[in-house]
Design a binder for this molecule. Structure first.
Ligand code: 2P0
Length: 336
């Protein structure tokens, strides 16, 4: 075993993942497609700790809470099983935006952890196997293994992984409306949707149709069609989520106002389309040449960032190791 460091970026889905076919293997009920970003990265160092009784997680310079630590430990148990080893590890993870701010995601977190842990445990995984591994931590993480536009295939444990697909160049404007941690987690809300929404089966079957059309639009470099599918699929997901018992609403009046402002920009010749995940923040896809003008137009709604397609998860060198948290014995040493 060795100490390793990896970096991964979040992704924003244009065809959404919302519902599982298998909770333990994290197999999606339908395929999805997303853009891996070039901002908001997570960097994770995995340090072997063969003497330790439990895994330890340091997140953004502090010891993580037991719930977070348990989640990565369950994931690491799977890595240990693949490697045929029992060693515990120390995981140090740092987000470029604060955890819980709505952009530091489980996708970049588990993609970075899967990449670093696979190397730390000397697993020789190809990109497909690494994507399958990241999926076991968080479904959307399998897409952050791949660069740029990536499709995540539904299927069984073997066939459900993500890979990059050709797509036209585009920018995404992230409008951060609210930085608060969401009241209901995606995982919980997804489960509630599958259990209680009368529209769930229609959502699953229509998502497969959307995905097929989206992959065709990407390969044809048809930006308008990509945008229409993106906005329509996002609104459909939020409609579905609002149909749960009890209902869940992630969008707020500012989110809706941004969708309206983007529709109005289209009237003025700026081709742009909105999407939103399990929270009120809105991501807008736009052609590169229109990005700055539209970002300016949307700046009154919240913090606005223009981002582009980013790289897949990758290993870094020892020089990029995440330093120990202050207050840990190793951390005190390095801060002396
Ligand atoms: C997506 N989301 O496709 C959708 C759209 C949120 C809204 O994937 O339970 O954190 O770990 O597999 O990956 C968020 O779900 O859920 C998500 P788990 P995950 O990006």
């Amino acid at each position: 075993m060795r100490t390793t460091t990896a970096r991964a970026y979040p992704n924003i889905a244009l065809v959404k993942y919302w519902g599982k076919a298998d909770e333990e293997l994290i197999l999606p009920a339908a395929g999805s497609l997303s853009l891996t970003l070039d901002h908001f990265e997570t960097t994770t160092t995995v340090v072997p700790a063969p003497e330790a009784a439990t895994d330890v997680l340091e997140l953004d310079g502090s010891l993580a809470d037991p719930g977070q630590t348990n989640r990565i430990s369950v994931f690491l148990d799977h890595v240990r099983e693949l490697a045929g080893r029992e060693d515990r590890v120390l995981v140090r993870s740092r987000n470029s935006v604060p955890t819980g701010a709505g952009l530091a995601s489980s996708a970049s977190g588990f993609a970075a952890l899967a990449t670093a842990a696979a190397a730390a445990f000397d697993l020789d995984l190809d990109a497909r196997e690494l994507s399958r591994l990241a999926r076991r931590g968080s479904g959307s993480a399998c897409r952050s293994i791949a660069a740029g536009m990536a499709v995540w295939h539904a299927g069984d444990d073997e066939s459900s992984f993500a890979e990059s697909v050709d797509a036209p160049d585009m920018r995404m404007i992230i409008v951060t409306v609210n930085r608060a941690r969401k009241a209901v987690s995606s995982r919980e809300a997804m489960r509630l949707t599958a259990e209680t929404s009368p529209f769930y089966s229609g959502w699953v079957s229509s998502t497969e149709d959307y995905l097929e059309q989206m992959v065709a639009a990407c390969s044809a470099e048809d930006f308008t069609r990509i945008g229409e599918i993106t906005e329509s699929h996002a609104l459909r997901m939020h409609g579905l989520i609002q149909s749960t018992v009890p209902p869940i609403r992630f969008l707020n009046p500012t989110s809706h106002a941004i969708f309206d402002a983007v529709a109005e920009a289209r009237e003025h010749g700026i081709k742009a389309y909105s999407t939103a995940d399990a929270g009120p923040n809105v991501a807008v896809i736009v052609r590169p040449s229109d990005a700055e003008a539209l970002a300016e137009r949307l700046s009154g709604f919240g913090d606005v960032r223009v981002v582009g397609p980013g790289p897949g998860a990758h290993l870094l060198t020892a020089a990029d190791e995440v330093p120990p948290a202050a207050g840990t014995s190793a951390g005190e040493g390095s801060h002396a």
